[in-house]
Design a protein around this ligand. Sequence first.
Ligand SMILES: [Fe+2]
Length: 477
Amino acid sequence: MLVRLLLLSSVLLSCISNGSGGVTSGFVRNEFPSVDIPLDNEVFAVPKGYNAPQQVHITQGDYDGKAVIITWVTADEPGSNKVSYGLSEGKYEYTAEGTVHNYTFYNYTSGYIHQCLIDGLQYSTKYYYEIGDGDSSRTFWFQTPPPIDPDSPYKFGIIGDLGQTYNSLSTIEHCMQSGAEAILFVGDLSYADRYEYHDVGVRWDSWGRFNERSSAYHPWMWSAGNHEIEYFPYMGEVTPFRNYLQRYPTPYLASESSSPLWYAVRRASAHIIVLSSYSPFVKYTPQWEWLQQELKRVDREKTPWLIVLVHSPLYNSNDAHFMEGESMRVVFESWFCNYKVDVVFAGHVHAYERSYRISNTRYNVSSGPAYPVPDKSAPVYITIGDGGNQEGLALRFRDPQPDYSAFREASYGHATLDIKNRTHAFYHWNRNDDGKRTPTDEFVLHNQYWGMNRRRRKLKKNHLNSVLSNLPLSLIF
Ligand SMILES: [Fe+2]
């Protein structure tokens, strides 16, 4: 009992560390050059066989995790739109029929993009699926999440600003080793917009083949970054997000959104809200109206974990993109605090940073400046735009480190959020340390709804004991 009490007090103390005095890590690793991997590298290999499916990726297909959208590309001809799937490999009880389309972008013509929704799936079940025709068909698998339940455990991986360099490859491989079941992606996918003319489409294709190693098996929840805008008047291509929207569908209709660029899904015990930094979001715009309604739909009794994904960080103390998220902070921060969002993940800045729980909602244009202050209702803000793209790292943090900044380091990596139950989640940021996955920043995330009111919400007697017995020692001491 005494040991239990000591453990409990250590855990509680570790979560109260709300004061100033954050850490700026001086770690500098030997990085691979920040250049895209050449197109003839095997990581971009086209699968063997005539018209074989390539660039395969899946995402959640409904609000609650019982459907999946499967997307793939065939290069030579449209071919079949059919997905065969079932509970064992090679034995497919079910089929679903999708759609196919292609598009042009300047003088580039895409392959045939197939999209197929499969729904009515069972929770916590491994499905195998087959796409393509005859000898060129390919088989993959995915695991559906546990049911929507406040104590459903789930492990998310979080990646941002990925690109297609050797660092990107290191990040994605480490994330796959971490056991993450689904990926929360915070924008800037391929960096194809760094190319011109025909090569823009070519690099979207290569990124699709590159990312298939993860996204054909694990659903990625997409959000759009500035590299998805692709406003190119010199090519006559001026419709924002065109390549992205043609290739990466989202289940936006399921959350009553009017745009694939902002939407929400529920998965296990989490309610995930995806926002678009580069679409209108001020008062009365569709995104603002939608978010107002979606926050009302959040039921913390069913999905205790409220997570927001957005590309441009609301808090960032790096010189890169400093203050770019300020306009969205002014519009949405008070909602994030009122609804007790647990964590806001952002990308954009090519470094890692975590904040304490702080807010800055007192400013108004009459009474002058205000500064971020500790706020127990506020989310933790995490910037994780360190996936490893060709633009390199954002090495210049502002000095001194602001009081609100808990930890920051300019290294490549990914994070995992390992939700254990309604009150506790274990968070790790993992640096790509010269080929190894190295846990570097880690803490216990206490749920903003259940964690704050344990007594009032009458948790089961042994709930805390069960949490403590699961805690890794590194998170306690
Ligand atoms: Fe960005």
